[in-house]
Design a protein around this ligand. Structure first.
Ligand code: AP5
Length: 211
């Protein structure tokens, strides 16, 4: 299954919850890149220069990283992808790699108006340790300034600064939005209105998974 949607739509928020409920592994391409940066790998250093500017990491690099993850983590129960594919080239590579299996069952497209996305990204906070996602206004930390889940350090992503956010939204429109029609034509796309409370969105999303 794939979660598709603009930056700030709630892909990360829902990917963890849905993967937990379905007991399947999940891969978030942005998290994988950030993990490489934390470990100061050559891939991490390369990706950083693109991510800071809010543009996509080149397809070849991203596809290789994700295919390695699928090779190591894919199983009979399937898996959940958050933030991949993000270009038509990535979608073709994914389709090709899964062609001997059953392919992608479902693509959930989470739609949220741009003004709401900007508000969500500007207030987002993340745990450096377990990647739990919070929001100053919509999902505030309960325990002072540390992660409620693991006590880890909380930080704000570099690419959540206003200039990067606007760039990411433009890149999304140009490079990723065409995937909506691509998957709609394959009749595996389900539309979900993401401009509701997290619990409401999750209810619709779980129904879409079961449909
Ligand atoms: P990535 O980390 O994937 O960022 P993104 O796609 O821009 O998505 P976000 O993580 O910003 O948003 P989200 O939809 O997960 O929202 P969230 O749940 O956090 O990618 C970062 C960069 O890595 C890219 O720019 C690119 O450079 C590179 N990259 C990654 N994948 C790539 C690929 N495939 N190809 C090439 N390059 C790639 O929610 C946002 C906030 O809203 C949170 O604070 C949350 O608490 C709040 N919130 C969520 N839902 C709700 C709700 N229903 N109501 C109120 N608040 C909510």
């Amino acid at each position: 299954m794939v979660l598709l949607g603009p930056p700030g739509a709630g892909k990360g928020t829902h990917a963890s919850r849905v993967a937990g409920k379905l007991s399947v592994p999940k891969m978030a391409s942005g998290d994988l890149f950030r993990e490489h940066q934390k470990n100061n790998t050559s891939l991490g250093r390369l990706a950083q220069s693109y991510m800071e500017r809010g543009v996509l990491v080149p397809d070849e690099i991203t596809i290789n990283m994700v295919m390695d993850w699928i090779g190591e983590n894919g199983n009979d129960r399937g898996f959940l992808l958050d933030g991949f594919p993000r270009t038509l080239t990535q979608a073709s590579a994914l389709a090709e790699s899964l062609s001997v299996d059953s392919g992608i069952d479902r693509v959930i497209y989470i739609d949220v108006p741009t003004a709401v996305l900007i508000r969500r990204l500007s207030g987002r906070q993340i745990c450096r340790c377990c990647q739990s996602i919070y929001h100053l206004e919509f999902a505030p930390l309960q325990s002072g300034g540390e992660c409620d889940n693991c006590g880890g350090e909380i930080y704000q992503r570099e690419d959540d600064r206003k200039e990067s956010v606007l760039c990411r939204l433009e890149v999304y429109k140009a490079e990723t939005e065409p995937l909506i029609e691509y998957y709609r034509n394959l009749e595996i796309l389900v539309d979900v209105d993401g401009n509701k409370d997290v619990e409401d969105v999750e209810g619709v999303l779980m129904k879409a998974v079961g449909s």
